[in-house]
Design a protein around this ligand. Structure first.
Ligand SMILES: Cc1cc2nc3c(=O)[nH]c(=O)nc-3n(C[C@H](O)[C@H](O)[C@H](O)COP(=O)(O)OP(=O)(O)OC[C@H]3O[C@@H](n4cnc5c(N)ncnc54)[C@H](O)[C@@H]3O)c2cc1C
Length: 303
């Protein structure tokens, strides 16, 4: 309850519209299958069709003369101009090199590697965590009306398994958060030897691991058994225990970590000449993408 009230206070301080604390009866009026002592109701919280959003952004960008190059890995970025000047940047791909006035690097799971290849410091490094999702059979789709989150426990680096009503009306639960053996391992065992060795060779990781055995103990049963995974969500929506469904594609989170093994919660943006490295853009980075873009443009414009 103390943590719930603290989140409420923070939401009010940040001007979250129409946020309200409700007791257990109020919770039942909004979500008849949910259980709890109290809850925070945020009536404007929703999900959107994110591929639709990115398609629209690409269309706008092209309409303004922009060119999009898919499947073109950036190998490195060189600074052109004196050490103190803004200069420009040379962006190297496997097929060409281009001089560009302003470069903004948003490399998701790879920013530390791209920064290192571009002569910048590697830290914060990225530790990948995969998150599994479970989609319930259609017959259970009306169990909840919206998105339901547990009260996050600051002891753990993740939010905890939550319930999402998807754009297509289906019900999804997840994600858990488990150390990934690959930065881009979306299928199968997801084992990538260089990625695993890079994590194991990072002294910060072992300091982090030593302090996070509780997290591993909490998350591992859910990886091994779907029932245990679903049981996490059934703590606050009991009727979810039992229904059938199937596993969905996993997501992989880029968790930034300092040299001493502490995790970086906030956004990290570094600048080197004409290049801006977005080194850590954790959730809600997608929701905030346009606001972050305005912030970055403000930095470039010297605002
Ligand atoms: C499981 C999960 C659930 C999430 N849920 C939410 C949520 O509900 N709401 C929310 O707001 N946020 C959520 N997030 C967070 C959100 O996805 C991130 O904040 C956001 O995607 C970060 O954007 P980005 O551009 O920095 O990285 P990304 O979206 O990862 O994009 C980086 C892109 O760069 C490409 N790339 C990498 N290296 C290179 C290279 N060398 N050359 C060329 N291209 C390269 C990658 O292939 C990728 O396409 C979630 C994340 C995960 C993993």
């Amino acid at each position: 309850m103390e943590r719930l009230h603290a989140i409420h206070d923070r939401a009010l301080a940040n001007g979250v519209p129409d946020i309200a604390l409700v007791d257990c009866d109020g919770l039942r009026e909004i979500e008849q299958n949910a259980e709890g002592l109290a809850a925070l109701h945020s009536p404007h919280t929703a999900i959107i069709d994110y591929p639709g959003l990115t398609d629209a952004l690409v269309a706008d960008f092209r309409a303004h003369g922009g060119r999009v190059r898919f499947s073109t890995p950036i190998k490195s970025i060189d600074h052109r101009g004196g050490p103190t000047s803004r200069g420009s940047a040379i962006v190297h791909t496997p097929v060409d090199a281009q001089e560009i006035d302003h470069v903004i690097v948003c490399a998701g799971l790879q920013p530390d590697r791209l920064a290192a290849r571009s002569g910048q410091k590697r830290t914060p490094t990225v530790v990948p965590f995969f998150g599994q999702y479970f989609i319930l059979d259609e017959v259970h789709s009306n169990t909840v009306n919206g998105l339901i989150y547990p009260v996050p426990d600051p002891k753990y680096p993740s939010l905890g398994v939550h319930v999402t009503r998807r754009i297509d009306g289906g019900l999804m639960i997840g994600p858990n958060a488990v150390l990934s053996f690959s930065r881009e391992g979306y299928r199968g065992l997801g084992l990538n030897i260089p990625d695993s060795l890079a994590v194991a060779a990072d002294p910060g990781f072992w300091r982090f691991a030593a302090g996070n055995m509780a997290t591993a103990a909490r998350e591992l049963p859910g990886v091994l058994s779907i029932e245990r995974f679903v049981a996490e969500a059934a703590r606050y929506v009991p009727s979810l225990a039992g229904p059938g469904g199937h596993r969905a594609t996993r997501g992989i989170r880029a968790q930034a970590m300092k040299r001493d093994g502490t995790l970086v919660d906030d956004f990290v943006i570094d600048r080197a000449g004409a290049t801006m490295f977005v080194r850590n853009a954790p959730s809600p980075g997608a929701t905030s993408a346009l606001a972050i873009a305005e912030h970055l443009i403000g930095i470039i414009d010297g605002r």
